[in-house]
Design a protein around this ligand. Structure first.
Ligand SMILES: Nc1nc2c(ncn2[C@@H]2O[C@H](COP(=O)(O)OP(=O)(O)OP(=O)(O)O)[C@@H](O)[C@H]2O)c(=O)[nH]1
Ligand SMILES: [Mg+2]
Ligand SMILES: [Zn+2]
Length: 387
């Protein structure tokens, strides 16, 4: 048995499995493991499918170098103590994907869980999760929960029309008391490494409990007064829900901003703009204040949902502002400003991106590149306080 073949039955994403098979450990005795859960500075790492995970710390030099470990990472383990089931993470494999909201490495699919009520339906939050997933280039589906608590189904119809019929997302709306209505969600998650995203109280853990009651994940009541969940799930954890169905339950969160995203990545993630952007007056139009903007015109005619355009403009503002304030961006002054060219004509805001790295934030790009070269990277913020 090789150091990593024991992980195969776990269901690692295929591309990651292939990378592992081509790789060799830093020391011959190191074992590969998959990070299943994070508890502040401790990680549960699975080395052999079906066996208890190792409780792991991170090697100090990795920490010093600012290398982060996320749930979903494949890591090299050293100092394995089989009596106490502990080990030390001494290396992290380059990620095939990285989602910042929620934080997760190597997932392939995001299931956005969105309540129609309790907590109150919030289309901006929904779009925030969808756009974050699109920027990370992951498959995305939407699960609308609590339709049994919603007195009429007009909202669900309207949402299905927009998100499924017009935007093409797989949309699920299971009935809480009918377990069989959750089967299409199981089918969508099969063969993927999925991660749930949604507000606290949206019904993420309950959805997994419906898929497999044996998981017995804790569910929290939604406060009627505040219409808010109680942050019942505290940590990201990868769970085998059924054979071939691996899903990360995550803590609910609302602060899914775009200050770390690249403006062009935000623009590209609104796929409904694709038909129109070529007809904009400026070939680098940002669809915010420019004249002769075909995207804004399409929204006025109702061909693009006006609310989606409004959300796009808000997200774009966050991305532009985030880029502007980052010291390491040389062309920051070009974002979000109208420029005048040599002939005196107006030119729209310029948004530049390295084609190969489009879709990732600069920090993610640096981390990915540095990990490939085994070089230190800038530490990522620890945002655990939010959860
Ligand atoms: N009636 C009804 N209740 C639901 C539905 N989905 C979830 N709930 C309830 O909503 C509450 C919150 O559900 P959770 O699964 O804990 O929500 P969560 O998204 O995991 O929340 P956090 O862990 O705080 O992020 C629980 O009391 C669930 O039983 C649904 O479709 N219908
Ligand atoms: Mg939960
Ligand atoms: Zn435009």
């Amino acid at each position: 048995m090789t150091t990593h073949s024991a992980l195969a039955p776990l269901g690692l994403p295929k591309r990651l499995q292939e990378t592992l098979e081509e790789s060799s450990p830093p020391e011959a005795h190191c074992m590969a493991g998959w990070v299943l859960a994070q508890h502040t500075n401790r990680y549960d790492v699975c080395v052999t499918h079906g066996e208890a995970p190792y409780h792991c710390s991170i090697k100090a030099t990795l920490k010093k170098a600012g290398i982060t470990v996320l749930v979903g990472d494949v890591v090299w383990l050293d100092d394995m103590d089989t009596t106490n089931q502990t080990a030390r993470i001494v290396g992290v494999w380059p990620r095939h994907s990285q989602l910042t909201r929620p934080k997760m490495a190597n997932s392939t699919h995001v299931l956005v869980v969105c309540a129609l009520t309790q907590p109150e339906f919030d289309s901006e939050q929904l779009n925030r999760y969808l756009i974050h997933a699109a920027i990370a280039r992951l498959h995305v589906s939407i699960g609308f929960t609590k339709q049994d608590l919603q007195p009429n189904d007009a909202l669900l119809k309207e949402l299905t029309h927009l998100y499924a019929d017009k935007l093409g997302y797989p949309v699920f709306s299971p009935l809480f008391d009918k377990a069989e209505t959750y089967a299409p969600i199981a089918a969508a998650c099969h063969g993927q490494v999925s991660v749930l995203a949604g507000l606290s109280g949206a019904g993420k853990s309950s959805l997994l409990n419906r898929l497999n009651p044996q998981l017995a994940l804790e569910e929290g009541a939604v406060s009627h007064k505040l219409e808010r969940g109680q942050h019942t799930t505290r940590h990201v954890a990868l769970l085998t829900v059924a054979p071939g169905i691996i899903v990360a339950d995550t803590p609910g969160f609302s602060r899914a901003t775009f200050d770390e995203a690249l403006p062009e990545a935000v623009e590209q993630a609104f796929t409904e703009f694709a038909t129109y952007r070529a007809q904009c007056g400026f070939n680098n139009c940002t669809h915010v204040t420019e004249e002769n903007c075909a995207v804004q015109a399409a929204a006025q005619l109702g061909n693009i949902a006006p609310e989606r355009l409004a959300h796009y403009q808000r997200f774009m503002e966050e991305a532009v502002e985030g880029n502007r304030t980052r010291a390491d961006i040389s062309d920051k002054s070009e974002y979000g400003q109208k420029k005048v060219d040599k002939q005196g004509g107006k030119q729209a805001a310029r948004v530049r991106l390295n084609e190969n790295l489009r879709g990732q934030s600069r920090r993610q790009q640096r981390q990915a590149m540095s990990q490939h070269r085994n070089q230190p990277v800038e530490a990522m913020d620890e945002e655990d306080g939010e959860w």
